[in-house]
Design a binder for this molecule. Sequence first.
Ligand code: ZN
Length: 269
Amino acid sequence: MGRQALIILLAAIMSVGTAEPSAAQGKGGGKSGKPAPAQSQENYEQLGQVPVGLLAVFPTGARCSEVASPFGSPVRFDGSPRVNDHFGFHNGMDIAAKEGTPLLSIAGGDVIHSGEGGLLVGNYVWLRYAPNDTGLPVYLFARYQHLDKPSPLKIGARVTLGEIVGPVGKTGTIGPYFGPAGFSHLHLLVFAGDGPDFTIRDAVVEASVYRRYLDPLAVFMKPTTTFDNHVLSTLPDSEKRIAIPYQTADGRREPADTKMVWPIACARS
Ligand SMILES: [Zn+2]
């Protein structure tokens, strides 16, 4: 192959590699765009799909729905290997709960997207949490998925801390990936971003500025933490134990002045 032909070939490969389908932009909403292009495992790792190893620690006297499968786990709650389009990596956190259990907004926020995502996603709703809502130095974009029924929340609505965002369910979990019975649980997916703007691609909301995956347990950490999975993964084990703030079914919070709560109400024993 001549030098000129090689250059043309390389240019063609590079243009394919960087081609991006159009997608909706938005601050308060937007139309669904085309599916995201396939990404390499390296891309996903750069975006924060790396095991972090955070551990939820519930206060003494609280009975909470616990983590069934943490962020980064290569296996499901039942030990079966994960099969997905991002190299078997668990990109969120699972909390098992009965169908119909109310899911609570982890902070005050804005409803930015919702829909029915089919297999693997099910009914879902996206909330955006601003630094003013959380006290954290980043914007959070959180998808609550597998809801039993579509979320009652309207796009553009404000939600308050601990407000119900929808019922736990198993939509999107029935079929070849989870088995015929499905698995009733919340899969909470969290992206961090350095600004409020976002793009919607089907069932996915992408922060426009420095989008990265976040271990959902990180949102319960102290505000001084760097919200980057690559940094969080290097913390000593003692700093990976995260004290979880929560709300009870009658709306009391622990600690009382918390800006964040566990997405399912805890009971006090
Ligand atoms: Zn999951």
